[in-house]
Design a protein around this ligand. Structure first.
Ligand SMILES: Cc1cc2nc3c(=O)[nH]c(=O)nc-3n(C[C@H](O)[C@H](O)[C@H](O)COP(=O)(O)OP(=O)(O)OC[C@H]3O[C@@H](n4cnc5c(N)ncnc54)[C@H](O)[C@@H]3O)c2cc1C
Length: 569
């Protein structure tokens, strides 16, 4: 048995919270078997088997290797290339063998073409085993996705089979020493040549898996406008053929020594007249890169779940054995109460996350179809539009809430072990150190909060009536008790928010927007709780067995929401 199979939460979510009926029709026609097309039950069964195998692998192979990766790091740099150490090489080999690297991606290129939510769930399991490993592996599937979505069929046919086989991967190459959160400040230059390709020059820092072989890099072409309006996206291959000879095209210069996630490469990179091909059009690169960033932000949700599950599973076992005051810690009322709160919040976040994967999967599939064929029927176009608006709202909430919660619960897990929590003999201190990675990359919590608040302001300015109608659910007789509770809390929150906006800005007055942005983190925090509660209310309405989780989570967040409203008065 595995964690996934043993966990009533995962089992309930997998069978009841995934909208199989909505998602699978978008995949099923691509899913031939020797007998013809598979039916939905077969696909579901297949997904369950794959997840069980991946979960087992994470527990038996990935987790035992994690302390070694933490101790020895990811590998070294030689002649501008990263050389993964034996532990990472073993990881890649196993990942390719077991099929993780090809969960997503077309069957034409040797991948399995399963729904993206299977990939995301699998990454939660991998993250429970080892966060650094999940970061490294993520750049295989994410690269396949970028190639299929934005690059030519020739590039896909040439590169994706190598990725599925574990021989090639990629990196997202944005950050520079003076351009971190402020990505519009980047200065890497791209010069167009007579053959239509480009030459990139500039230095990047903090790049995960920088030596994977492919780089999706942001740069500025000649004469590009300043700021984010002048950013273009390029595919840069680390090794290219020059006159038939393999030649290095960019160099990895050094790797960082880090507090956590030591088994993952975080490197500086030098582009020196590096040959690059433009993806999309000049100055229109950022929205394309946002596809990868947003997917990685949802990936942070998988990492957060992984860390929290690892921590709480360990703490539970420890607290059942460790005796103080004549009883195991878990039988001491205060300890048990605290642990229950931590479990409640993890279970709530996981449910929120899995529910969000439903719309993300629809968006992911239909957006790919739109880009590849330009041909969506009216029903598909509407589904894509609806899915996109939910994905847009929830992606920064998942990143913000998941990352903050993982840091918090891993800190509490150290406390739960007392002095032993600080000792390297126990893995909890490593999980806490690792938890700072997801907190910082893919845009910090402050950047997520600002995005949420700015989107909120845009919505209000565009059409206040429609905006508030969309944000505040209408009361209905058909609502369950939990849905009514949720609806009332949400109304109270938005009433407080509206009053605060009026107090700070007179109304949404763009010249006074800074006064509103100061409250971004509170807005993001509050919306994270409310969106999570909404999912739990819907689950409780569908299944009585979920009512307790709703009630416990409501108890947990009510005082926090009240605190936010109080601070706005
Ligand atoms: C382990 C790791 C892996 C990474 N991997 C990659 C990668 O693969 N590719 C890549 O391109 N980058 C990567 N990064 C870089 C990462 O994306 C940046 O570190 C991050 O975006 C923050 O930028 P910065 O470090 O320059 O901090 P800064 O932008 O200098 O921010 C410093 C602080 O100021 C806050 N801040 C910034 N702007 C505002 C604002 N407007 N209002 C309020 N507060 C603000 C931030 O929240 C932060 O707390 C990685 C980083 C780490 C730690």
């Amino acid at each position: 048995m595995s964690y996934f199979q043993d966990s009533p939460e995962w089992q309930w979510l997998f069978s009841k919270a995934v909208n199989w009926d909505d998602i699978l029709p978008h995949y099923i026609s691509q899913y031939p078997t020797p007998e013809g097309l598979a039916n939905e039950d077969e696909v579901k069964k297949n997904c369950l088997e794959i997840l069980t195998v991946l979960d087992d692998w994470a527990e038996k192979k990935i987790a035992p290797r994690a302390p070694f990766l933490d101790q020895h790091g990811s590998g070294h740099i030689e002649n501008g290339m990263t050389i993964p150490n034996e532990y990472l090489q073993e990881l890649y080999r196993e990942a390719a063998e077991i099929g993780l690297l090809g969960v997503v991606g077309s069957r034409d290129y040797g991948a399995m073409d399963l729904p993206i939510f299977i990939n995301m769930m699998a990454f939660a399991f991998v993250s429970r085993g080892c966060l650094a490993s999940s970061s490294q592996l993520n750049f295989f599937s994410a690269t396949i996705d970028m190639l299929e979505r934005f690059c030519s069929k020739e590039d896909c046919a040439r590169l994706i089979p190598l990725i599925v086989a574990g021989k090639l991967s990629g990196s997202m190459t944005l950050t520079e020493s003076d351009a971190g959160s402020d990505i519009g400040a980047l200065t890497t230059r791209a010069v167009r040549t007579s053959d239509g390709s480009y030459r990139l020059s500039g230095n990047k820092i903090f790049i995960t898996n920088a030596g994977g072989g492919l780089s999706f890099a942001l740069a500025r072409t000649e004469g590009a406008p300043s700021g984010i309006k002048g950013i273009s996206l390029f595919l840069v291959e680390q090794t290219i053929k020059v006159n038939g000879v393999d030649t290095q095209n960019y160099r990895v210069l050094s790797q960082e020594k880090k507090l956590g996630m030591r088994g993952s490469f975080t490197c500086s990179v030098a582009f020196e007249n590096s040959v690059a091909s433009l993806i999309g059009k000049e100055n229109e690169g950022l929205p394309l890169m946002f596809h990868l960033m947003n997917q990685s932000r949802i990936g942070v949700g998988t990492q957060a779940i992984g860390i929290m599950e690892a921590c709480l599973q360990f703490v539970k076992g420890y607290a059942q054995e460790r005796v103080q005051f004549g009883r195991p810690l878990m039988e001491l009322p205060l300890f048990r109460h605290n642990f229950h709160s931590w479990e409640t919040e993890l279970n709530a976040f996981r449910a929120f996350f899995v529910d969000s994967l439903n719309t993300f999967s629809i968006y992911h599939r239909l957006d790919l179809k739109r880009r590849q064929t330009g041909d969506l029927n009216a029903d598909e176009s509407k589904k894509l539009k609806d899915a996109l608006s939910t994905v847009k709202l929830r992606t920064p909430l998942i990143k913000y809430y998941g990352a903050e919660l993982a840091v918090d619960l891993s800190k509490k897990s150290i406390q739960a072990l007392g002095g032993y929590g600080l000792m390297e003999d126990y893995p909890v201190e490593r999980w806490h150190r690792d938890s700072f990675g997801p907190l910082l990359y893919e845009g910090t919590s402050q950047i997520q909060s600002l995005m949420v608040t700015k989107d909120l302001v845009k919505g209000i300015l565009k059409n206040p009536r429609e905006f508030f109608a969309s944000m505040i659910p209408s009361a209905g007789f058909s609502l369950s008790a939990e849905q009514r509770d949720y609806s009332n809390l949400r109304k109270r929150f938005f009433r407080g928010l509206t009053r605060m906006i009026v107090k700070e800005t007179g109304w949404v007055n763009e010249s006074k927007i800074d006064k509103l942005l100061v409250h971004s983190e509170e807005i993001c925090e509050g919306l994270s709780y409310l969106e999570t509660l909404k999912v739990l209310a819907d689950h409780a309405a569908a299944d009585d067995s979920r009512r307790l989780l709703f009630q416990d989570y409501q108890k947990l967040i009510q005082p926090r929401l009240a605190g936010i409203l109080e601070s706005w008065k």
